[in-house]
Design a protein around this ligand. Structure first.
Ligand SMILES: Nc1nc2c(ncn2[C@@H]2O[C@H](COP(=O)(O)OP(=O)(O)OP(=O)(O)O)[C@@H](O)[C@H]2O)c(=O)[nH]1
Length: 390
């Protein structure tokens, strides 16, 4: 069974159980009407027993339906359809047997009333059970045939109308049911198609968003991903004036690398270095991203100056230990700048970036392949005029 067919079967069964609810008041109301009409013609205890049986089956079916809903329809749709049909059949038999027994006992006007209301029940069943042929036939036939048999039994003048009515009911059920059921099924099918399309679309949308945040060359986050993450983590840190660390990493003498080995080789080198840096995004809130060109950034939320400097030094050593050959400086190395902010609503994230950038500049100026950290925490000072970060 394809996924579509399985969904169709489940939806049909779900509708079956859902719409049954609406037939409950109708069953009880017609039951009461029968008791009133038949009062005086049928022994009261018989009438009450029959009515209580109807109510009992109604309640049992309601409880059964609720139980299945609570279990979120974990059984197969075929099993659920069978279970529903057993309940529908019990209902049909109760009404049918009552019709068979009660019709001969009442005057003709009341006989017509009983037959008409029985047909009313069948048309109600037609609407509520349109998604299951089995349930509908199990309900309909036991309900209408017995009163018609009782109508014609022993009265030759009633045989023709009873047979005509029975023929009409059978014709109605066999001819109309499949066509209308197909229409309903088509409706469900197109709803399912729409749901699938919406699911597919939102999946594609998620993929597009994920791709828009990925650097295609190195497969780690791009500048947009970094900016988004910085913004988000800044808001989080601002709530409790937490620390937020930033590490900027720049490959040393990368121009020489490109000039000597060519751009494609340079791209491969960028990929290797990015892989090495990504290992240091260890906590769930950390993020490694390509900041631009041969520059990378590592965001370390809730990290002290000592902690961020330690990660940066480990990162530098790791890139060094990869021992990627460099045409002019033996191996590929990186210079690293570290800064940590004590985040505040009035403080701009650009100050943290600037401080990390300044530290990186010093690392380059002091001979490269080294880590330099900002001398103090980036904090709010009197010149900060930034409007509150929402
Ligand atoms: N292959 C490749 N090279 C890139 C890419 N993006 C930037 N670059 C190169 O990275 C080099 C950066 O050179 P510079 O800014 O002079 O820095 P550097 O040579 O690393 O020198 P220092 O940073 O001072 O050690 C340039 O040659 C850029 O063309 C890229 O996507 N692929």
């Amino acid at each position: 069974m394809s996924e579509n067919d399985a969904r169709l079967a489940t939806e049909k069964v779900r509708q079956l159980y859902t719409y049954y609810r609406y037939s409950i008041p109708v069953n009880v109301a017609i039951g009461i009407a029968w008791v009133i009409v038949l009062y005086g013609y049928i022994p009261l205890e018989q009438l009450i027993s029959w009515f209580l049986l109807v109510v009992g089956v109604v309640v049992a079916r309601v409880l059964h339906g609720r139980r299945r809903f609570l279990q979120e329809f974990r059984l197969s749709s075929q099993r659920l359809e069978y279970e529903f049909s057993v309940g529908a059949c019990a209902m049909g038999i109760l009404w049918g047997v009552a019709g068979y027994l009660f019709v001969p006992a009442v005057p003709e006007f009341y006989q017509a009333f009983l037959v008409v209301t029985a047909f009313g029940l069948v048309s109600g069943g037609f609407v509520s059970m349109i998604t299951s042929r089995l349930a509908y036939y199990c309900f309909g036939f036991p309900l209408v045939i017995p009163p018609l048999v009782a109508l014609g039994a022993g009265r030759p003048e009633m045989v023709t109308p009873a047979v005509a009515l029975a023929t009409f009911v059978c014709f109605f059920m066999f001819s109309t049911y499949p066509r209308l059921a197909r229409n309903v099924e088509d409706g469900i099918r197109s709803n399912i198609q729409n749901e699938l399309l919406v699911e597919e679309l939102s999946r594609a949308n998620e993929q597009i968003i994920a791709l828009s945040l990925l650097d295609p060359l190195t497969n780690i986050g791009n500048r947009r991903a970094f900016d988004n993450h910085l913004d988000e983590q800044w808001r989080i840190a601002a709530r409790h004036q937490d620390l937020l660390g930033m590490v900027i990493i720049d490959i040393d003498f990368f121009k020489d690398y490109n000039d000597n080995l060519g751009h494609p080789q340079g791209d491969t080198c960028l990929q290797k270095v990015a892989g090495g840096i990504a290992r240091f995004s260890r906590r769930p809130a950390d993020l490694a991203a390509r900041y631009g060109g041969e520059e990378f950034a590592l965001l370390l939320p809730d990290t002290s100056m000592e902690g961020a400097a330690l990660v940066a030094e480990e990162l530098r050593q790791h890139i060094e230990s990869m021992a990627e050959p460099h045409p002019t400086s033996k191996i590929v190395t990186v210079s690293v700048g570290v800064a940590v902010a004590k985040v505040n609503n009035q403080l701009a994230p650009e100050k943290l970036i600037q401080a990390a950038d300044d530290a990186l500049y010093r690392a380059k100026a002091n001979g490269r392949n080294r880590v330099e950290s900002a001398s103090t925490l980036v904090e709010l000072d009197n010149q900060d005029e930034r409007s509150p970060h929402q």
